[in-house]
Design a protein around this ligand. Structure first.
Ligand SMILES: *[C@@H]1O[C@H](CO)[C@@H](O)[C@H](O)[C@H]1NC(C)=O
Ligand SMILES: *[C@@H]1O[C@H](CO)[C@@H](O)[C@H](O)[C@H]1NC(C)=O
Ligand SMILES: *[C@@H]1O[C@H](CO)[C@@H](O)[C@H](O)[C@H]1NC(C)=O
Ligand SMILES: *[C@@H]1O[C@H](CO)[C@@H](O)[C@H](O)[C@H]1NC(C)=O
Ligand SMILES: *[C@@H]1O[C@H](CO)[C@@H](O)[C@H](O)[C@H]1NC(C)=O
Ligand SMILES: *[C@@H]1O[C@H](CO)[C@@H](O)[C@H](O)[C@H]1NC(C)=O
Length: 533
């Protein structure tokens, strides 16, 4: 489901509820619901989650390992859940995994929460799970078999199904023994569903592939379809440019219908939205919310939304493809902050590049030489004779900072950051390296294969308190002007004009040294301004 909110009943009682324990809240809500028949609490298992207040996945995107796509989200018992598609060939898409986290940083994988063994009509292409909670049960809506127009009439079985479980991690068992929506209506392929429960307790299913979207009501049993006011079951709500990936959220009484545009295999897959006063539309397209960024990732789309309860904090959880990835199914899960502007519109999402290693891993990094591991929220390397770890980014102008810790073990050498690096393992890499030595020598070098050449150097010994501290190293490169800062972010230690390299990957590097890196952050210079405004 798109987003979980307190029901009216709950908000009416919130003053009282805040005073009592979380466990007791749940009991009270359930008993209140059974006494007063309506409205029905959507999610007594909601709990009180932590309030993550991040600008992006601060511990790095992708936030979990593996090929996944089409994530949708839920909050159950104070825990954040992400339910994605397993991103493999259709015949191999026979199961779903889920991920849970108390803080959006550390994630636990729950494998095989639903498999085709528990859905006898599903053979392949198990797609886009949408979670919902009601009646004390956990529901998972999914599509299977990728049926095409006209196939249902020939007896082919497939479409959108619903499975039920007693716990968020399953096992989810087919509730109907057949699809809930097993044929095309209004030209919409029965895939890519989202289930949304409105404040009045009415549940809706939004869905559709092949560029058409429908909405239908779900009855209170959550496993049968209701009837719309005009007596029909399905309403065509297709907005301009709609392709697939329906998603509904509600904020301040406004319904935000969101969807994906472009082809999922291409770089221009993206997310757009519409605003409406009614859950049934109409949904006039506003603008794009999320799209590829040549510096960060491509094919960003098919999303879910996390709303942190009782705050105005929203995250968009989506899949994307790394810049140098060519295979369509090599999709990974990412999230970024989604901000609403004062007039209620959604600001374009900036995919940020950060890693503070707080999750204890280095997913998304590729290493070349050296022994790397995350220890105590730092990326540690034993780098004799040298080693490099790169992110699959492609920045031109940038503000890049990282902390560096160099043990005073008497070794000579340096540790620092790499930018505008191109190449590969077989051809070798070239780019810029800014390195700092334990004795306080700061170097800006170009490297090309194994050859390093000093562009500029200086001694920073005056500015360091102790070599046992973390240094904060920052590079600002705009066009051919490169500035390097150490600790003092106002006054550059080095400022040079050099145009040898213009764009490429970013990362960290050591030469003949063991070191630890932390709080890596790479931004386009204009993102500083737009964040401040
Ligand atoms: C999130 O952090 C910002 C400052 O970084 C602060 O202004 C805001 O109040 C915080 N929001 C919540 C809900 O804690
Ligand atoms: C997250 O995982 C890291 C690495 O395993 C660990 O150090 C940290 O304590 C965990 N944080 C939480 C909140 O569990
Ligand atoms: C990186 O960016 C440069 C300059 O914008 C572009 O020419 C190049 O094709 C990009 N490379 C990748 C892998 O995206
Ligand atoms: C790194 O740079 C970003 C962007 O300027 C900034 O928000 C962040 O605070 C910096 N990190 C440190 C440790 O200074
Ligand atoms: C490595 O780069 C070279 C030169 O650009 C290119 O010819 C080669 O195909 C690349 N190899 C791989 C494995 O990407
Ligand atoms: C990273 O930044 C956080 C927040 O500013 C800070 O608490 C932490 O010590 C930093 N980590 C390192 C390795 O400097």
């Amino acid at each position: 489901m798109a987003e979980l909110r307190y029901p009216d009943l709950r908000s009416a009682m919130s003053g009282l509820l805040q005073k009592i324990s979380n466990t007791f809240q749940v009991v009270l809500i359930i008993s209140a619901a059974s006494t007063w028949s309506s409205p029905i609490p959507q999610n007594p298992g909601y709990g009180t989650p932590a309030v993550p207040n991040y600008t992006t996945a601060e511990a790095g995107n992708p936030f979990v390992d593996g090929w996944y796509a089409d994530p949708d989200t839920a909050i159950y018992d104070g825990i954040y859940w992400v339910y994605p598609t397993s991103s493999y060939a259709y015949e191999e898409q026979t199961y779903l995994d889920a991920f849970s986290s108390p803080d959006l940083i550390n994630w636990t994988k729950h494998p095989n929460i639903l498999t085709i063994a528990d859905v006898k009509w599903a053979k392949k292409a198990v797609w886009a799970p949408a979670p919902a909670f009601r009646n004390g049960k956990y529901y998972l809506y999914f599509a299977a078999n990728d049926i095409q127009e006209g196939e249902a009439e020939k007896g082919v079985i497939g479409g959108i199904g619903v499975a039920v479980a007693d716990s968020p991690d399953g096992p989810y068992i087919d509730a109907l023994g057949k699809p809930l929506i097993g044929e095309y209506h209004n030209d919409a392929q029965p895939i890519d569903q989202d289930v949304f429960i409105d404040d009045d307790g009415q549940a809706y299913i939004y869905y559709g592939g092949h560029s058409f979207a429908n909405v239908a009501k779900l009855n209170e049993d959550m496993i049968s379809l209701g009837t719309l006011e005009d007596g029909t079951t399905f309403k065509n709500i297709t907005p301009e440019n709609y392709v697939e990936g329906s998603q509904m959220i509600k904020r301040d009484g406004i319904y935000y219908f969101m969807w994906s545009e472009g082809g999922w295999t291409g770089p221009d897959y993206s997310v757009s939205y519409a605003m409406a006063d009614s859950p049934l539309g109409p949904f006039p397209r506003k603008s794009k919310v999320l799209q590829q960024d040549n510096a960060v990732a491509k094919g960003s789309g098919h999303h879910g939304v996390i709303h942190v309860p009782d705050t105005d904090i929203y995250y968009i959880v989506y899949h994307r493809r790394a810049l140098s990835e060519t295979l369509a199914n090599h999709r990974v899960l990412a999230y970024d902050r989604m901000y609403f502007t004062e007039d209620g519109t959604i600001a374009p999402v900036r995919m940020l590049v950060k890693d503070n290693f707080a999750d204890g891993n280095m997913i998304g990094w590729k290493t070349y030489g050296g022994e790397w591991e995350v220890v105590d929220q730092q990326l540690a390397v034993d780098g004799t004779p040298g080693g490099m770890a790169l992110l699959d980014t492609n920045f031109t102008d940038l503000i890049f900072n990282a902390t560096i810790y160099m043990p005073d073990d008497g070794s000579s050498g340096s540790a620092g950051i790499v930018f505008r690096a191109t190449g590969n393992e077989s051809s070798g890499f070239s780019g810029y390296y800014v390195g700092l030595s334990p004795s306080g020598i700061l170097l800006l070098e170009t490297f090309q294969n194994q050859a390093r050449k000093t562009v500029a150097s200086t001694s920073t010994s005056g500015s360091q308190a102790s070599i046992d501290d973390d240094y904060l190293l920052r590079v600002i490169a705009v066009g051919d002007e490169i500035q390097v800062f150490v600790d003092d972010l106002e006054k550059p230690e080095l400022k040079v004009i050099d145009s040898t390299f213009t764009h490429g990957k970013n990362g960290v590097m050591v030469v003949d040294l063991a070191a630890e890196f932390g709080n890596v952050s790479i931004l386009k210079p204009d993102e500083i301004q737009s964040k401040a405004s």
